[in-house]
Write a protein that binds this ligand. Structure first.
Ligand code: ZN
Length: 389
């Protein structure tokens, strides 16, 4: 074991499913091309930590008391990598700063410390290479738990569409009438379709999330009323509601369905990693940037601010109607067609990438789009050599 090297990846950013998946993809990129490497990842505690791919050890760090958890870990590692967003934290991210301070004062890199190149490449030209050989955009293949049998629900048949009706904020919540139109259009184009709505109620006891965001519970709950979704499902011919069914069952549901339709939200990143195609209703602030080799399609909004990349806009400030979502009500037909095209047996990930990049190139704000590990990693997964200090 003395020959093995150790890599610690610090991904102590906001506790959200999407960020944990980013950390796993980054870690996988090192694991895939460095045979004798122990890879450890620091993450805030979320259910996602249970999904760590084989070979990756996760350490959950309580962001409210990070020094305690960090102090229990070894001080010395061969390599230490920090997500570049952590380096850019500002005073408004105050609740994350103690974790950065505790990590900086505790961990030492014997060989080299570096910054995760992924986000450098999103927003800036990368000047330094990774600290070890790194395979860009390594695919994640998460293993889903199985769906618990429920005698109250009929046997699965036909086309099964999973719908996550909203992200964690109202900025990511298409209207109920938009969802009704989308479902009715799909139903009119397919004889045997069942809709499965899923989501999670807000957790009033989640003090950490509330503190971190200061805008009410976020990150882990679904910003839509459960009763409204139940009422919508009752209007549809075949629909079930899986609300507050637990993280493992949500994974199993997404995995068991033929396609996920959801606005851009980190939770939906799970779909591609589970092998389920994702039809994205894109919205401010961020474009889709995280892909595993599973078919996908993004419905771009007509909002002139998209993608806003965090800039203050009517959408992100919640001024009036969120423009990103306003025109979805009239696009049910287009969304249904895109969904059914994703389900064609000859639709491939590569086709989806090419179609997506063409749309990005034609978009009036195309220069604002970015991709995890860079645009040219979407197809190639090629290896970057390490640049030694
Ligand atoms: Zn917008």
């Amino acid at each position: 074991m003395a020959d093995r090297e150790s890599l610690l990846i610090n991904w102590l950013v906001y506790p959200a499913v999407g960020h944990a998946l980013e950390a796993f993809k980054h870690a996988q990129g090192y694991l895939d091309v460095n045979q004798e490497l122990d890879v450890h990842v620091l993450l805030p505690p979320t259910p996602t930590t249970t999904l760590a791919p084989k070979g990756i050890t996760v350490h959950s760090i309580d962001l409210a008391h990070p020094a305690h958890d960090i102090g229990r870990l070894p001080r010395e590692w061969d390599y230490v990598i920090t997500d570049s967003r952590i380096r850019r934290l500002e005073s408004r991210d105050g609740d994350l700063l103690p974790a950065r301070t505790a990590a900086d004062s505790h961990f030492r890199a014997r060989v080299r410390a570096g910054v995760a190149p992924t986000f450098e490449e999103m927003f800036h030209e990368l000047e330094e290479g990774p600290v070890l050989p790194y395979r860009r955009n390594s695919p994640l293949r998460l293993v889903s738990p199985s769906l618990e049998a429920d005698p109250s629900r009929p046997a699965w048949s036909g086309l099964n569409v999973c719908i996550l009706p909203a992200g964690s904020t109202t900025l990511q919540s298409p209207s109920l009438s938009a969802w009704r139109n989308i479902c009715e259009e799909i139903t009119s184009n397919h004889d045997d379709v069942t809709f499965h709505f899923t989501g999670r109620s807000g957790d009033k006891g989640n003090k950490l999330t509330r503190t971190l965001f200061g805008r009410g519970p976020a990150t882990t709950s679904t910003a839509v009323n459960r009763h409204a979704i139940v009422a919508l499902a009752a209007e549809l011919r075949n629909a079930h509601v899986w609300w507050d069914c637990g993280f493992a069952q949500q994974l199993a549901l997404i995995s068991a369905c033929d396609v996920l339709i959801a606005p851009h939200t980190g939770f939906a990143f799970l779909a591609g990693a589970l092998g389920t195609p994702w039809l994205t209703l894109s919205c401010c602030r961020w474009p889709e940037y995280f892909f595993d080799p599973t078919p996908f399609h993004s419905i771009f909004p007509s909002c002139p601010s998209y993608p806003s990349l965090g800039d203050g806009t009517d959408c992100t400030l919640g001024v009036g109607q969120h423009r990103c979502l306003a025109d979805l009500e009239d696009r049910g037909d287009e969304i249904a067609n895109a969904t059914l095209r994703l389900l064609q047996p000859d639709t491939t990930y590569e086709q989806c990438v090419m179609r997506h990049l063409k749309s990005v190139d034609e978009h009036p704000r195309g220069e604002r789009f970015y991709f995890f590990d860079g645009r040219d990693s979407l197809m190639g997964h090629h290896v970057r050599p390490a640049v030694r200090a």
